[in-house]
Design a protein around this ligand. Structure first.
Ligand code: FE2
Length: 252
């Protein structure tokens, strides 16, 4: 368990034209999570596939660019802030039909999911599945003074064991220090610089760093910079157990 700095992350080919930063999984010591960041070059794509394990629900968050998603036979165009949750066995395919690289975060509430190609489902029209959510339709909440939170994937999208949110931290804001008794949490710095509590240490995390908190490890963030910071918080459980703790012993 650790903070995996961007400079130490492995960037490997995931599919032709698609490279993935391996952010969390068994190779980084995570027992409960898989987190990756995928860069999709123009023209690249992943054909229809499923993740067969009973726990392998996949959350996919667009960070940059535009991708075509075919979700259970229905086609969508996905852009920054949009999210798709594919439950186990639901076929999905992504293609970059634009002329720009697209960037996505992919999350599973288990550490080593597998991928199985499937035949393309016949094209459908129908109501938007609850697993596909566009940023324009999401409502934010105020998590703490100066911190705006978007809940990307929750039970409302049909998640069984994922809670995935995106937080915007204004300069001077503080996310209260806490721990989760039984589950890991991955926190990914999308943008900016945050000062973090990591157990009994205080450290600075920057864009691209992945912070993995093991069960029981106290963690928290303060934005001591003068720019907005953006953080992803990823839990391998739909209902979070969260215990607030003191951090006044730390130089924080
Ligand atoms: Fe947490």
């Amino acid at each position: 368990m650790a903070i995996l700095r961007r400079a130490n992350q492995r960037l490997l080919e995931r599919f032709p034209g698609g490279n993935r930063y391996y952010l969390a999984g068994s190779k980084t010591g995570s027992r409960m999570l898989h987190v990756g960041e995928i860069l999709w070059s123009p023209g690249s794509g992943m054909p229809p596939h499923i993740h067969p394990e009973p726990k392998a629900e996949e959350s996919q968050l667009m960070l940059d660019g535009e991708l075509e998603l075919v979700y259970d036979g229905i086609t969508y165009t996905m852009g920054p802030g949009d999210v798709a949750l594919a439950p186990p066995g639901v076929p999905h395919a992504w293609t970059n039909r634009s002329n720009k690289t697209a960037r996505m975060i992919t999350v599973f509430p288990m550490n080593d999911p597998t991928t199985k190609d499937v035949d393309a489902p016949s094209p459908k029209k129908g109501p938007q599945p609850r697993g596909v959510v566009f940023r324009k339709d999401m409502k934010s909440t105020v998590f703490a003074p100066g911190i705006t939170r978007y809940d990307l994937v929750t039970e409302a999208q049909g998640a069984k064991s994922t809670f995935f949110s995106m937080l915007y931290l204004e300069p001077g804001s503080k996310a209260p220090t806490h721990y989760h008794p039984a589950t890991e949490e991955a926190q990914y710095i999308v943008k900016g610089e945050l000062t973090a509590v990591y157990g009994n240490e205080v450290t600075v995390c920057r864009t691209g760093d992945l912070y993995l908190a093991e069960p029981g490890l106290r963690h928290g963030f303060t934005n001591k910079s003068d720019e907005l910071a953006v953080l992803l918080a990823i839990h391998p459980v739909a209902k979070i157990e969260r215990v607030l703790v003191d951090d006044s012993d730390l130089p924080y």
